[in-house]
Design a protein around this ligand. Structure first.
Ligand code: 3AL
Ligand code: ZN
Ligand code: ZN
Length: 457
C-alpha cells in the first residue's frame, strides 16, 4: 500500500516527459510507471499537469538571524515553496552575525529547523577573519565556502585577497568542500566607482559603467587560475557574461573542477530595464545588454551553465529608496519566480523541460551532494511540484509571500503556474495556501559529492 499515488501527470524526467503515476512511501518516491496499481492512502489527480522535481535553490540570502527585517527563513521559504521550491541553501551573509564558525552556523541551523517550509543546506563564509574556522564549518556540515572577490556590501563580510583565497582554496580542497565565488574584481569596481563618483555620477548608467564586463572576466580568470593550481572545486555564482562562461568551459576542458551558475535576472532583464525600473533591479554583477543576454541563453542551451539560482537578496524597502543609485541596496527579490521565469522565457528560447529541471533541481543537488534531492527517480525524496504549464498569468503583488512585496517580475506575464508543491510526500503549498507548519530538515552534503556531470543539451 502506497501512502500516496500521484496519478497521470506529465512527469518531467531526465530524458524526456512521459505520462506516469508516482508511488510514494515514507516520503520517498518508490515507483514511477504508467497506471500503477493501488491501493494508496491518498490519491492525487495530476492529469493535465506537469510534475517537476522541486526546485533546489542553492543561492538565497534569507538573512536570519539578524536581518529578518530584510527577509526571514519563514517568509523566504514560504515564497520558495509557492514558486515550486523544496530545498534552499542559504548564503553565510547577510545574516548577522554571518556564518563564519560553528556557533554562527548552529544559530542559523536552529532558526531554520524551527521555521523553514523546505529542507535546507547552509553555506559557510571564507573571509580573512575565519581562516582558522573552515575545518569546524566543514565538520558542522556546510556545503561549501562562499567568498567575495569584490566588496560584499557589508563590513562584517570582508573579501579575501589573492593570498587568502589561495590558502582558503587549499583548505577547502583538503576538506572536500566547494568554494563559491562572487567574481568581480574589487580593484576595477572600486577604482571605477571612485572616479565616476568623483565626476558626480549617481545614476543607473553610472553604476553600470562602474561594473563593466571586464571586472567579471578578470576575476573569473584569476579564480580559475587559483582553482587549477590548488585543485580546489569551484562554483562561480551569478555569471553575467558569455565571456566568463566561455573561460570557465575552457578551464573545465583542462581539468579544472568548476561549475557555473547564472540567475534568472541575467536571463530576463537588461541594463535598459534597470534604467527603467530602478532600484528593484539593482544587483551585482549588474545587468548587461541584449547581446549578453542572448549569449547567456546560448550558453544555457549549449549546456555550459550548470545551475540557476535566484540570488534572492532583498533588503528592507528603505534601503531601496535612495536618490544616489550607488547607495541603493544591491539585491533582487526573486526566490518565488525562478521556475515561472524559466518556464516562460526558457521555453521561448528553446530550452527543453528536462533541461529546465536539470538546471533548477538535479544539477545543484548533485553538485552539492544533496543526496535524494533534485530528481523524480525511485529512491529520491518525494519533493515535487505540480505545474499547469499552459496557464498564463500576470504576476502581481498579491502573489508574493516574501517579507517585502517587491519583485522586478511584477506585471510580467508568465506561462506556467505552480499549483501544488510537495516536500517528502506532504503538500506544503496548494494554490496560495500552506497546509502544514514548517517541517524543514537540515541537509548535510554527502561526503563524496560528485563532480559535475558533463552536461549535454
Ligand atoms: N550581499 C549580497 O547579498 N549581495 C548580493 N546582491 C547582489 O546583487 N549581488 C550579490 O552578491
Ligand atoms: Zn554575489
Ligand atoms: Zn548572493
Amino acid at each position: 500500500m502506497y501512502d500516496l499515488l500521484i496519478r497521470g501527470g506529465n512527469v518531467v524526467g531526465e530524458e524526456g516527459v512521459t505520462v506516469a503515476d508516482l508511488g510514494v512511501e515514507d516520503g520517498r518516491i518508490v515507483e514511477v510507471a504508467p497506471e500503477l496499481g493501488g491501493p494508496a492512502r491518498e490519491e492525487l489527480d495530476a492529469r493535465g499537469l506537469h510534475v517537476f522535481p522541486g526546485v533546489v535553490d542553492v543561492h538565497v540570502h534569507f538573512n536570519e538571524p539578524g536581518r529578518t527585517d530584510w527577509e526571514g527563513i519563514a517568509t523566504g521559504s514560504r515564497a520558495l515553496v509557492a514558486g515550486g521550491g523544496t530545498v534552499f541553501a542559504d548564503m553565510p551573509l547577510n545574516s548577522t552575525p554571518p556564518v563564519l564558525d560553528r556557533e554562527t552556523f548552529e544559530a542559523k541551523r536552529q532558526a531554520a529547523e524551527r521555521e523553514s517550509y523546505t529542507d535546507f543546506a547552509l553555506w559557510g563564509g571564507l573571509t580573512p577573519r575565519n581562516m582558522d574556522r573552515l575545518g569546524e564549518l566543514a565538520e558542522a556540515g556546510v556545503i561549501g565556502f562562499k567568498a567575495f572577490m569584490s566588496h560584499s556590501g557589508l563590513a562584517e563580510f570582508e573579501s579575501p585577497d589573492d593570498y587568502t583565497l589561495y590558502e582558503g582554496m587549499c583548505q577547502a580542497r583538503d576538506l572536500g568542500r566547494i568554494v563559491a565565488l562572487h567574481a568581480e574584481s574589487d580593484s576595477l569596481t572600486s577604482g571605477l566607482a571612485a572616479r565616476i563618483r568623483a565626476e558626480g555620477g549617481r545614476g543607473v548608467r553610472d553604476y553600470l559603467r562602474s561594473r563593466p564586463a571586464i571586472a567579471e572576466v578578470e576575476a573569473v580568470t584569476r579564480a580559475l587560475l587559483l582553482a587549477g593550481e590548488t585543485g580546489a572545486r569551484l562554483h562561480l555564482v551569478h555569471l553575467s557574461t558569455g565571456r566568463a562562461v566561455a573561460l570557465a568551459m575552457e578551464a573545465r576542458s583542462r581539468g579544472v573542477d568548476v561549475s557555473v551558475e547564472t540567475c534568472p535576472h541575467y536571463l530576463c532583464f537588461t541594463g535598459e530595464d534597470m534604467e527603467r525600473l530602478g532600484a528593484v533591479l539593482k544587483c551585482a554583477p549588474p545587468l548587461r545588454d541584449r547581446a549578453e543576454v542572448d549569449a547567456l541563453w546560448e550558453a544555457v542551451r549549449a549546456g555550459s551553465i550548470h545551475t540557476i539560482g535566484s540570488d534572492h537578496s532583498p533588503s528592507a524597502p528603505g534601503l531601496k529608496e535612495r536618490d544616489d543609485f550607488f547607495e541603493v541596496w544591491g539585491g533582487i527579490g526573486g526566490v518565488q519566480s525562478t521556475l515561472a521565469a524559466l518556464l516562460t522565457e526558457g521555453r521561448t528560447r528553446g530550452v527543453t523541460l528536462p533541461h529546465i529541471a536539470r538546471l533548477l533541481a538535479r544539477a545543484p543537488a548533485e553538485r552539492f551532494g544533496l543526496t535524494g534531492k533534485g530528481t523524480l527517480e525511485p529512491g529520491a525524496d518525494a519533493d515535487l511540484v505540480l505545474v499547469d504549464l499552459e496557464a498564463e498569468w500576470v504576476h502581481t503583488r498579491g502573489d508574493l509571500h516574501t517579507r517585502w512585496k517587491y519583485s522586478p517580475y511584477l506585471g510580467r506575464t508568465f506561462r506556467g503556474r505552480v499549483r501544488r508543491t510537495l516536500l517528502r510526500g506532504q503538500t506544503v503549498y496548494l494554490d496560495g495556501t500552506f497546509p502544514h507548519p514548517p517541517q524543514g530538515r537540515f541537509l548535510a552534503p554527502s561526503p563524496a559529492a560528485p563532480v559535475p556531470q558533463e552536461v549535454t543539451p
